[in-house]
Design a protein around this ligand. Structure first.
Ligand SMILES: *[C@@H]1O[C@H](CO)[C@@H](O)[C@H](O)[C@H]1NC(C)=O
Length: 176
């Protein structure tokens, strides 16, 4: 397993009221339709290095992430036409991958083309993103650097601060 013998304890502390999140969870329950969004983990991350991808980093308890779920699914259904793979990364399950991208805001979207990553900052998801791919708008965005080095996968004592719709969430991973 990439990441090695790592910590097991994961503490998620919520510094704000979580009640709102519970409401959003109900809405997020989607019909059991086959999803075209591929969950990516550290073990199959190498697949992302080839071809063209759009990736969403999210946390299961993040309301603003859930709000993008159905649009992300719709976008993914169009993936074949756009010749693009669509994936998602749970930052709680995969702290190493999110740490590599210095993801601090959720949800966070990235475009990947043959291993070159760019942050996608919107404005929208479905239509805007289709144009972004079709018109290759990503070409005018500065690619990320430094992600490639395995050394950037430093896991020990990793802590992440996520800001979600104005609320601050903290996740801390402890070293054993
Ligand atoms: C990557 O691995 C996860 C967990 O095993 C799996 O659910 C997912 O389908 C895999 N994705 C691809 C594209 O193989």
């Amino acid at each position: 397993m990439a990441g090695g013998a790592l910590p097991t304890a994961l503490l998620v502390a919520c510094l704000a009221a979580a009640a709102a999140a519970a409401d959003d969870l109900e809405q997020a329950a989607m019909p059991a339709e086959e999803s075209r969004v591929q969950p990516m983990t550290a073990s199959n991350w190498t697949l992302v290095m080839e071809g063209e991808w759009m990736l969403k980093f999210y946390a299961p308890w993040c309301p603003s992430c859930q709000q993008t779920d159905s649009e992300w699914e719709t976008f993914a259904k169009n993936g074949e036409t756009l010749q693009i793979s669509v994936g998602k990364i749970d930052v709680i399950q995969e702290p190493g991958l999110s740490g590599r991208f210095f993801v601090t805001t959720l949800p966070a979207f990235f475009h990947a083309k043959d291993g070159i990553f760019r942050r996608y900052r919107g404005p929208g998801i479905y239509e805007d993103l289709q144009n972004y791919i079709l018109e290759k708008k990503w070409q005018s965005v500065e690619p990320l650097t430094g992600w490639k080095s395995p050394a950037s996968l430093t896991m020990s004592g990793m802590a992440g601060l996520f800001s979600i719709s104005g609320k601050i969430w903290v996740s801390i991973k402890f070293k054993e």
